[in-house]
Design a protein around this ligand. Structure first.
Ligand SMILES: *Cc1c(COP(=O)(O)O)cnc(C)c1O
Length: 378
């Protein structure tokens, strides 16, 4: 039996244990220490902008803190891309705020600017201008940054940029993770680099960073005893996990190259095949880390997305439908939604393909040979 080929699995670089060993040697077995500070510095350098980074226990925690830092309150409206992973939207509910979901546009599959504007006008008509726009660079593809930034500026609504999947991507040569008023990165096990579990909040000034660190370490006021004037959270990253992150940062550029090489493999594989349309950058402004590769499968007489998924699975190859949009999820039933049905169509017909940076030549050959079996499908 062949080993399973996964969608995206952890890929260590080799120096992670050195940082972990250091933490053990110095007894920094805590959610603070040299690896925590070091990883924050590494990320600030990598992002190449005047930003401040707070590393946290998860990307979800970073999104939750972003909403808190923007002072979003129960009953407020928050706009969120519908085609995303649930963690983009769940923190809106943690706060007691109300999501307004928005469809994607066809170039990037991310937020449709026209639908965002409709959502804002709806909020205003209800006497409640939305308090934030959560943008997503899904699968590593940057969203339409200029268009959304223009709307954000015109209506004076801050952007929370969910770049959980987009570390290493750029838009007009600027790194994803620097576009939001607040930006979020994830280091979950399946992401382009990992700390096993972890995330980061990227902010524009030291004051926000201090506040994020304060809130993520139980909001302890300055006193000899435990004194609290704010509700705190236990959201700081462990110094052990941060050690993994420091090792992973050393190979991030290589991981981007490897994922982009996978994209070229699929581009070549599907190049003369109108049945499977590979999602790719709409122009040279966009540089995706190609965290995952996606195909859109227009159903034929004897195949559709599900039959293709099953055929890969029969050969121990994991694929997964494109993320199911939030406005179609049972947990968000009856939510506000603006746009057409592109996100729904992408879910119905889209498939994520194995895209790990650790895929071998043999793995690619197995994918090719299963694909060759599709020749008879029409
Ligand atoms: C993974 C992910 C998150 C959540 O990050 P965690 O670190 O797993 O909490 C949020 N948004 C998107 C789009 C993601 O893919």
């Amino acid at each position: 039996m062949n080993d399973k080929i996964w969608l995206s699995s952890p890929h260590m670089g080799g120096t992670e244990m050195k940082y972990i060993q250091h933490a053990f040697d110095e007894n920094w077995i805590a959610p603070l220490g040299p690896n925590v500070n070091g990883l924050e510095k590494d990320l600030e350098t990598y992002l190449e902008k005047d930003v401040h980074v707070a590393v946290l226990s998860s990307g979800t925690a970073a999104l939750h803190l972003a909403l808190i830092l923007l002072d979003i309150k129960p009953g407020d409206f928050v706009i969120c891309q519908s085609l995303t992973f649930s963690a983009s939207a769940n923190p809106i509910i943690y706060i007691g705020a109300i999501p307004i979901f928005v469809d994607s546009e066809k170039d990037t599959w991310n937020l449709c600017p026209n639908a965002v504007e409709d959502a804002i006008k709806f909020g205003i008509s209800q006497g409640k201008k939305p308090k934030a726009i959560i943008t997503v660079s899904l699968y590593g593809m940057p969203y339409k940054v200029d268009e959304i930034s223009e709307i954000s500026a015109r209506y004076e609504i801050p952007v929370i940029e969910d770049s959980a999947e987009a570390l290493g991507s750029t838009y007009k040569n600027q790194k994803c993770g620097t576009f939001g008023d607040l930006s979020v990165i994830s280091f979950n096990g399946n992401k382009i680099i990992t700390t096993s579990g972890g995330g980061a909040l990227v902010v524009k000034n030291q004051e926000y960073k201090n506040k994020a660190v304060f809130l993520s370490t139980q909001a302890k006021d300055d006193a000899p005893h435990y004194e609290h004037t704010s509700i705190g959270y236990n959201y700081r990253m462990s110094n052990i996990c941060a050690g993994i992150g420091r090792g992973q940062m050393e190979v991030l550029d290589l991981r981007v190259q490897q994922r982009r090489a996978n994209h070229n493999f699929y581009k070549d594989l599907f190049k003369d095949d109108s049945r499977f349309v590979l999602h790719t950058e709409p122009s040279a402004d966009y540089f995706s880390n190609h965290w995952l590769n996606l195909i859109y499968i227009e159903p034929g007489k004897n195949y559709n997305r599900e039959t293709i998924r099953q055929k890969f699975l029969d050969h121990q190859i994991e694929t997964r439908p494109i993320w199911k949009p939030m406005h179609l999820q049972p947990i968000f039933k009856g939510s506000h939604y603006f746009g057409g049905d592109l996100a729904g169509q992408l879910f119905q017909n889209g498939l994520c393909l194995p895209s790990g940076s650790n895929m071998t030549e043999n793995d690619l050959n197995r994918i090719t040979s299963v694909y060759k079996d599709f020749d008879s499908l029409h």
